[in-house]
Design a protein around this ligand. Structure first.
Ligand code: MG
Ligand code: MG
Length: 274
């Protein structure tokens, strides 16, 4: 991972543009996710949508990744490759999307339910998403990387869920993976200090069972060792005047799905205007 690069207010506004293209792409996909559609079909929709918004897919070709979206169903944690298998009622699908515009990356993720899912899996999604905001709330001047990771870990482990350790959040900017590394576990008062101008991709990856993972022979796909489901939620957040400010939003997803939520409000300097 490269070094930490602090951003000016102007650069942060450019990053908000990149982030919102990803947010809109995930919102567009939310309306298309249903039993029968394939992850490759969704990938093609996302690539066209991003290019129509005068941006480039951020993952396509990055480290030789073959597609626009990382598509990780069910027991896959992250980095799944889109394919021709139709999604089925009761599946979950983690979609991670990147976009590059004006030289800056957006990079965030959401785990969707396909049709009706069982209550234990719904709880995994709810807790993982809530843990993302628990983490964001720690991204404040005076805190450190370990405070953020500790908060996410504690929140998820008290539910008996496994916190993946091998993959971490990161700084974001002109490079997809900048410093600092942002683990979803840690010890309070340890690690890099947060400073104004940092932009992070905060992204808990949480398993319903063991935290242990395997990697498929494709060299990409990460999946749970015990075959139980895994969830992944990610936001892009800037530290401005000591406070976390969301650059990304799930509101496009909620508008598509008819969900009411105020979860993002504490992390905006002013109300979101879409
Ligand atoms: Mg991501
Ligand atoms: Mg990321």
């Amino acid at each position: 991972m490269s070094e930490i690069v602090l951003k000016s207010r102007e650069e942060i506004e450019l990053m908000r543009e990149s982030a919102l293209i990803v947010s809109k792409t995930l919102g567009m996909l939310a309306a298309e996710i249903k039993p029968g559609i394939t992850t490759l079909q969704l990938d093609a929709l996302a690539e066209s949508f991003i290019r129509d918004h005068h941006a480039e897919p951020g993952f396509l070709g990055l480290y030789d990744f073959p597609n626009t979206l990382c598509m990780s169903p069910n027991a896959q944690v992250v980095h799944g490759i889109p394919n021709n298998d139709p999604l089925q009622d009761g599946d979950i699908i983690s979609i991670d999307c990147g976009a590059l515009k004006n030289g800056f990356y957006g990079d965030h993720a959401y785990t969707f339910a396909v049709g009706e899912i069982d209550p234990a899996t719904q709880k995994l999604l709810d807790i993982t998403k809530a843990s993302l905001y628990v983490g964001i709330d720690q991204f404040r001047l005076g805190n450190r990387v370990g405070d953020l990771g500790h908060a996410i870990q504690k929140y998820c482990e008290k539910e008996g869920f496994g916190v993946v350790r091998e993959l971490v959040g990161h700084g974001l900017g002109r490079v997809m993976h900048e410093g600092p590394e942002v683990p979803n576990y840690g010890r309070r008062g340890t690690g890099k200090r947060f400073v104004n101008g940092m932009v992070l991709a905060i992204e808990p990856m949480i398993n319903r069972g063991t935290r242990r993972i395997n990697q498929l022979k494709d060299g990409w796909t990460i999946l749970t060792k015990d075959g139980q489901p895994s969830a992944h939620f990610e936001h892009n957040v800037a530290l401005i005047d000591g406070q976390p400010e969301l650059l990304s939003t799930f509101q496009y997803i909620y508008d598509a799905l008819g969900i009411e939520s105020n979860e993002e409000a504490p992390f905006r300097a002013q109300p979101l205007s879409l």
